[in-house]
Write a protein that binds this ligand. Structure first.
Ligand code: ZN
Length: 303
């Protein structure tokens, strides 16, 4: 029987993201990044039996004894909404809402990717044992085979809406990532920065080699056919607006949101989508979290 978890955490995760404006634009195509942490916590969330909005319960302040509350009354927990109340500090709370509906039917036969919540970022490199399970997705691109199925469905549905999304980057080898990173450093040293200065700018724009979600095969950079700039104007395109609104339904998140750069250490990238699975994606996108925050919530809940 599926375990139902109800977590209510008093975690000051959401408040630390005072928007840094590192969102300088990422001028050159081919520069993107990504992150992810090992130890992938599994995407449990909380479910609230009964479907009534008010029945989520549990609250737990950080440090309180038992973060798990089983609410096993539901015969069909997988069909239930999952609700979590978190204390975000200063007397405020936020409700995490996850609706663990079935993954899109066309790809429901794909086994879950155990690495979907693997966090990589500047301080958390890709584990040496990681091996991407890649498939060709056309256009010279490769993706993790599970993510590829959901990506295909997402883009197909976008096209049915009359949109023209274009994948401009997907899986990258470590060698390719190194090349992009060096190019970014050169661009800044050519402008007069010291190597160290250039390095510190570069790593907010292009993930340091060995820490890129593109190396995982779980991320894709997607732009509008009509505007392919990797800059903040990308968010104004109909394609990006649709993707930001709907990516969660296919298990993708906008990995580097505008107001989370202090946490992700990557500039705002309104083109970089990371596969995390539908359940996690809904919680993350509906609650304005970044993956680091979500992983930390899970870690606290599992203590
Ligand atoms: Zn990217």
């Amino acid at each position: 029987m599926k375990k139902i978890l109800a977590l209510t955490l008093c975690v000051c995760l959401v408040c630390c993201a005072a928007s840094n404006t590192a969102a300088q634009q990422n001028e050159n195509a081919g520069t993107y990044t990504n992150e992810e942490t090992p130890g992938a916590a599994k995407a449990n969330t909380n479910e609230k039996p009964g479907g009534a909005a008010s029945s989520y319960t549990n609250e737990k302040t950080l440090g309180a004894a038992n973060p798990y509350i089983t609410a096993g009354q539901s015969a069909q927990p997988s069909e239930e909404l999952t609700l979590t109340r978190i204390d975000i500090g200063k007397g405020s709370t936020a409700l995490l809402v996850g609706a663990p509906k079935a993954e899109p039917s066309e790809t429901a036969d794909l086994p879950p990717n155990p690495n979907r919540l693997l966090l990589v970022n500047y301080s958390t490199p890709i584990p040496q044992s990681y091996t991407a399970q890649l498939v060709n997705i056309g256009g010279g691109h490769k993706m993790d085979k599970t993510a590829a199925g959901y990506l295909d469905e997402m883009l197909s549905d976008a096209r049915k809406e009359g949109l023209s999304p274009v994948i401009v980057s997907s899986y990258r080898t470590n060698k390719k990532q190194q090349s992009l990173f060096k190019r970014q450093i050169n661009r800044h040293t050519n402008r007069g920065l010291t190597y160290d200065e250039a390095f510190n700018v570069a790593r907010t724009v292009v993930a340091y080699p060995g820490t890129s979600e593109h190396e995982l095969g779980l991320a894709a950079d997607i732009v509008a056919k009509s505007y392919q700039g990797l800059d903040t104007k990308q968010e104004e395109t109909a394609e990006t607006k649709w993707l930001m609104e709907n990516c969660k339904n296919y298990g993708f998140i906008l990995r580097y949101p505008q107001d989370k750069s202090e946490i992700t250490e990557i500039i705002y990238e309104p083109w970089h989508y990371r596969y995390v699975g539908v359940e996690a994606a809904k919680v993350i996108m509906e609650n304005n979290l970044c993956l680091e925050e979500y992983i930390e919530l899970l870690a606290v809940a599992e203590k």
